[in-house]
Ligand binder design. Structure first.
Ligand code: PLP
Length: 394
């Protein structure tokens, strides 16, 4: 028997990927499954972005680059942060990584010692707690529910901070809840954080571009400019430009921290793929026009899914502010159908022909996550099946 590290034994494989695998297997066995499990846009990467990468291959841009990203891509990111977010960075305050996922991984490795605490509001993106554990840190989960719109309160935050707290993670709009913090809500959290200068803030803005209202995007550095030196602003091209497979994420933050994160990266992956960096640069330099039709489709689908779920007895659902997720509570259905938990709900729905992710994977039992990054026809079929299940017909 091979003895594995305590570190790796403490984490689980990504549960969202497990659902996708299960659905795929059932499909292979001939079962008709509509998957609402996907964590990625169903659209193709825009053509001009692909062309940029093809040209880079042809020009021989196929060698190592600077570990933390090419100067050209960093310049495009600096321009994006300035233009979209009003944040000013220098190149040594920017890191380009292998997806947003590696940015957060680097952050945990560079920041945390054993036992250091990271405050993570639930429901959370599945990878945060496990990446904290891999760095031997301690995830401190703050539960939220629909009555507080899945957002932590200043009181919750104040009560959770200890001398061991090193980091607060904010993700707005949120995967999986779809809700976004308002400027006032962020300002109120900032007020608490001002009393605890040892706490840094990771703002995961991955879904910045996928929002359904016209108000300007706001993160905690916008709401509390004085806290900017303590913020790591994380973003990427994966969701905004339908580029999940290209694996490019980026962040801006304090120089010393970015340098340490770059060192971690230099001893793990080295630079992100050279040609994917060119594609990301083309995406960022091309502006938002390719994004609009995708966001328009997500908004239309959201309204459909929200409307259908809202009409179901025993289902509690909030409208999403953005992302391509809805996160309904199924406690009423669980009680009516005698199901013990959300995993049983997800299993029963899979039997009924719909793949979803149980909320407990995101730290919020009693809920399920539905992704509407799929076609209108698929959504109609899936919601018909969910409705039939809720009404007890299947
Ligand atoms: N942050 C959030 C909130 C996400 O949902 C995801 C992807 O699911 C990521 C970060 C990571 O994205 P990437 O594919 O760029 O690693």
């Amino acid at each position: 028997d091979i003895r594995l590290s305590r570190r790796v034994n403490a984490v689980r494989p990504s549960p969202t990927l497990a659902v996708a695998a299960r659905a795929q297997q059932l499909r292979r066995e001939g079962k008709d499954i509509v998957s609402l499990g996907a964590g990625e846009p169903d659209f193709d990467t825009p053509e001009y972005i692909k062309e940029g990468a093809i040209a880079a291959i042809r020009q021989g841009f196929t060698k190592y680059t600077a570990v933390g990203g090419t100067p050209e891509l960093k310049a495009a990111i600096i321009h994006k942060f300035q233009n979209d977010n009003g944040l000013s960075y220098r190149p040594d305050e920017i890191l380009v990584s292998v997806g947003g996922k590696q940015s957060f991984f680097n952050l945990c490795q560079a920041l945390l010692d054993a036992g250091d605490e990271v405050i993570i509001p639930a429901p959370y993106w599945v990878s945060y707690p496990d990446m904290v554990l891999l760095a031997e840190g301690r995830p401190v989960i703050l539960p939220t529910d629909a009555t507080q719109h899945f957002k932590i309160t200043p009181e919750q935050l104040a009560a959770a901070i200890t001398p061991a707290t090193r980091l607060l993670v904010l993700n707005s709009p949120s995967n999986p809840s779809g809700v976004a913090y308002s400027r006032d809500e962020l300002a109120a959290l900032g007020e608490v954080l001002r009393h605890h200068p040892q706490v840094l803030i990771a703002s995961d803005d991955m879904y910045e571009k996928i929002r359904f209202h016209d108000e300007a995007f706001v993160n905690i550095a916008n709401a509390c400019p004085d806290l900017t030196p303590r913020c790591i602003i994380m973003n990427g091209v994966s969701k905004a430009y339908a580029m999940t497979g290209w694996r490019i994420g980026y962040c801006g933050g304090p120089r010393a921290l970015i340098a340490a994160m770059t060192t971690v990266q230099s001893q793990s992956t080295s630079n992100p793929t050279s040609i994917a960096q060119v594609a990301a640069q083309v995406a960022l330099e091309g502006g938002d026009s390719a994004i609009h039709p995708m966001v328009h489709a997500f908004r239309r689908r959201h309204d459909y899914v929200y409307g259908r779920l809202h009409a179901l007895p025993g289902v509690q659902v909030l409208p999403s502010d953005g992302t391509f997720y809805s996160f309904p509570g199924f406690q009423g259905v669980m009680a009516a159908r005698g199901l013990p938990d959300d995993v049983a709900v997800a299993d029963a729905l899979l039997e009924a022909g719909v793949a979803v992710v149980p909320g407990s994977a995101f730290g919020s039992p009693g809920h399920i996550r539905l992704s509407f990054a799929t076609s209108d026809d698929n959504l109609r079929l899936a919601l018909d099946r969910i409705a039939a299940f809720v009404h007890g017909a299947s």
